[in-house]
Design a protein around this ligand. Structure first.
Ligand SMILES: Nc1nc2c(c(=O)[nH]1)N[C@H]1C(S)=C(S)[C@@H](COP(=O)(O)O)O[C@H]1N2
Ligand SMILES: [Mo]
Length: 314
């Protein structure tokens, strides 16, 4: 396995090894310190410009833990098109041109269409605070703004052949330094089974913290599935295809034995190189929080996986 793929150490060892043995993770630790400084007003805010959004309050119950500071959620990111270090997306992503922007929707649909970002922003938006969990065993609580993906799907009328949905992120080497490297097989692609995609929790996300998405968080439009590991949540989406076969995703291509198609948050199924039993709820320094199955959304989504062996379909 190449070294660049999420080199997260095991369980309770997580913090000491990150801080003392691995420079990249040392920088990540420094980012957390930086975010704490930002709360004092002494560190600079994230670079990408954002605009306020109009939205209503969604009915999904917010997690019991308090919302992550915006400064942290916008400076500690995974967005490999802009570099693999957590600080790089906030520093590099302002070069991405997010206007004009269109999303092409096609495949097994009765009404394929290209939809502009302004049309998406003009739809009824709501705010939902979701618990988010990265496969690397850190987590955040983020107030997203958007709409159920099913509302977008209704516009194109998926046919009975649509068994999966494939999401494709933008890949512009001129604007994205990571795309000039071969860290992943670009463009970044992800996928969901159709019933997962149509589940009301699956969120077509246009904003966070009441404003449009900063580039480093996936402007202008991304997907968010809160019961799955963060890598399912493709950023800066330009294509959505309804397809008959399970799509091959960028992370499966990078390491199918480590990053499965389902990627449901599950403390009982460890990553081959580290435990998933606990997590670091940022900015906490230690992995002291017990990971919840389906990231705490089991009451809503467990029935999607009835009869499936989640250790096999990980
Ligand atoms: N296009 C693209 N989407 C992506 C990624 C990426 O590298 N490229 N990283 C994923 C991972 S691993 C995580 S944890 C989340 C992070 O989202 P956030 O930075 O908004 O917290 O984005 C996901 N979506
Ligand atoms: Mo992640």
């Amino acid at each position: 396995m190449p070294r660049y793929l999420f080199p997260t150490p095991k369980g309770s060892e997580i913090t000491p090894r990150e801080v003392y043995l691995n420079r990249r993770h040392f920088i990540a630790g420094a980012t957390i310190a930086g975010a704490l400084l930002a709360l004092d007003g002494s560190a600079k805010a994230a670079t990408s410009p954002t605009e306020p959004l109009k939205f209503s309050q969604g009915s999904v119950k917010a997690p019991s833990d308090k919302t992550t500071a915006r400064e942290l959620a916008t400076t500690y990111n995974n967005y490999y098109e802009f570099g693999t270090a957590k600080t790089e997306p906030a520093r590099n992503a302002s070069t991405l041109k997010v206007r004009p922007w269109t999303v092409e929707i096609g495949g097994e649909v009765a009404k394929p269409r290209t939809i502009g970002i302004e049309d998406l922003l003009a739809m009824d938006l709501e705010e939902r605070v979701y618990r988010m969990r990265c496969v690397e065993a850190w987590s955040m609580v983020i107030p997203w703004v958007g709409m159920s993906f099913s509302k977008l799907a209704a516009l194109v009328e998926p046919t009975s052949k649509a068994k999966y949905v494939k999401f494709t992120s933008v890949a512009r080497p001129e604007e994205m330094p990571g795309v000039r490297t071969r860290i992943l097989d670009w463009p970044y692609t992800e996928g969901l089974r159709i019933d997962e995609a149509m589940h009301p929790l699956t969120f077509l996300t246009l904003g966070m913290y009441g404003e449009t998405l900063p580039n480093q968080n996936g402007a202008p439009v991304r997907i968010v599935t809160p019961w799955k590991y963060g890598f399912k949540n493709a950023k800066s989406i330009v294509r959505i295809d309804f397809v008959e076969q399970q799509p091959r995703t960028a992370w499966m291509t990078a390491g199918a034995n480590e990053y499965g198609f389902y990627a449901n948050v599950n403390p009982e199924v460890d990553h081959p190189r580290w435990s998933q039993k606990h997590e670091r709820l940022l900015p906490a320094f230690f992995a002291s929080r017990e990971t919840e199955k389906f990231n705490g959304y089991g009451a809503e989504v467990a029935s999607l996986y009835a009869g499936m062996d989640l250790a096999v379909n990980f």
